[in-house]
Design a protein around this ligand. Structure first.
Ligand code: PBG
Length: 326
């Protein structure tokens, strides 16, 4: 055996940092924030330890807490005061995300991304306008093309409130193009779109649906979100969003889909984002609580691995904790 090759030479303390291929920085991270119009107090989210739904009045304070850790970007999710079949509170000028965005952008230097979707705003919990018989016929769900106009309206209302970037997550065909057109028509040509480009129909969203009160009242999202079995299809999905003008391409969830993250990285020069979702966060917390994993270590390793796979930015509930220690 030729013992002249010894990889361990580069694993000594002085040289390890010099040959490190991947770095994690607070500037890579986006912290999710839940703003809730139904409460005037902060409400802890049981399935996501350390996270809470905050009233609009607390949104600025919440964002300042995040910025103290070095994380400068947030993504806002809203829980509206009321819901209806169309989700009209999603594009209300005085909606919960619009109000929070106005305050945060006026009072802080945070970079504000808004999630553009209807599922938290519709009384049936689906991500768009329903087909007439959707409730009784499991083959039917959301009307794609009618939903596009509502997503365009919602994105423009977020931009008018001051959103720096919008992030459509509904997986409607044509959503990026419709939103681009709506933003440009309103003069917001400089507001970028981070598309949830390859978003899978994942069981890892469970805790989020509790947090944002956005679980579908019947059925599931398999008719619009992607089948977890498909990676080649992600290529076609992501290409379409690129053609429609997406500025940042997101893969979601992150850890179970690192092959897709890598694939998008290799196929496109655009910045790639990965969403380290609620279930990925909750399972590490649950194991740590039992004493089975070291939370700090597995959180850091998870985010580092997502970057190594090819993500430039990560949306993660670990943002504050990890940034604090970087
Ligand atoms: C809304 C949306 C969801 C998530 C982000 N935006 C839920 C869903 O699609 O059901 C999930 C985020 C998470 O689990 O952390 N469409």
């Amino acid at each position: 055996m030729d013992m002249s090759r010894r990889p361990r030479r580069l694993r000594r303390d002085g040289v390890r940092p010099l040959v490190r291929e991947t770095d994690l920085a607070a500037s890579d991270l986006i912290a999710p924030v839940f703003v809730d119009a139904t409460t005037d107090e902060r409400v802890p989210i049981e399935t996501m330890p350390g996270h809470e739904r905050v009233p609009v009045e607390e949104a600025v304070a919440r964002v300042e807490e995040i910025r103290e850790t070095g994380v400068e970007a947030v993504i806002l999710f809203g829980v509206p005061e009321s819901k209806d079949p169309e989700g009209s509170r999603a594009w209300a000028e005085d909606g919960v995300v619009q109000e929070a965005t106005r305050r945060i952008t006026a009072e802080t230097d945070a970079y504000v991304v808004t999630d553009v979707c209807l599922c938290e705003y519709t009384d049936h919990g689906h991500c768009g306008v329903l087909e007439a018989d959707a409730e009784s016929d499991p083959r039917l769900t959301v009307r794609n093309d009618e939903t596009l106009e509502l997503l365009g309206r919602t994105a423009a209302s977020h931009a008018r409130a001051g959103a720096d970037m919008v992030a459509p997550s509904g997986m409607m065909d044509g959503m990026v193009g419709a939103i681009r057109e709506s933003l440009d028509g309103d003069g917001f040509t400089d507001v970028p779109i981070m598309s949830y480009a390859a978003k899978y129909e994942s069981a890892f969203y469970g805790p989020f649906r509790d947090a944002a009160d956005g679980a579908p009242a019947f059925g599931d999202r398999r008719h619009y979100q992607m089948d977890p079995a498909n990676a080649r299809e992600a290529r076609r999905e992501v290409d379409l969003d690129v053609e429609q003008g997406a500025d940042v391409l997101m893969v979601k969830p992150a850890l179970p889909y690192l092959d897709v993250v890598r694939q998008v990285r290799e196929d496109h020069d655009h910045p790639v984002a990965a969403y380290n979702v609620s279930g990925e966060y909750a399972m590490l917390h649950a194991a740590a609580e039992k004493g089975w994993l070291n939370l700090e270590a597995v959180a850091y390793e998870s985010l580092l691995s997502i970057k190594r796979a090819g993500a430039d930015l990560i949306l993660t509930y670990f943002a504050e904790d990890v940034a604090d220690r970087l």
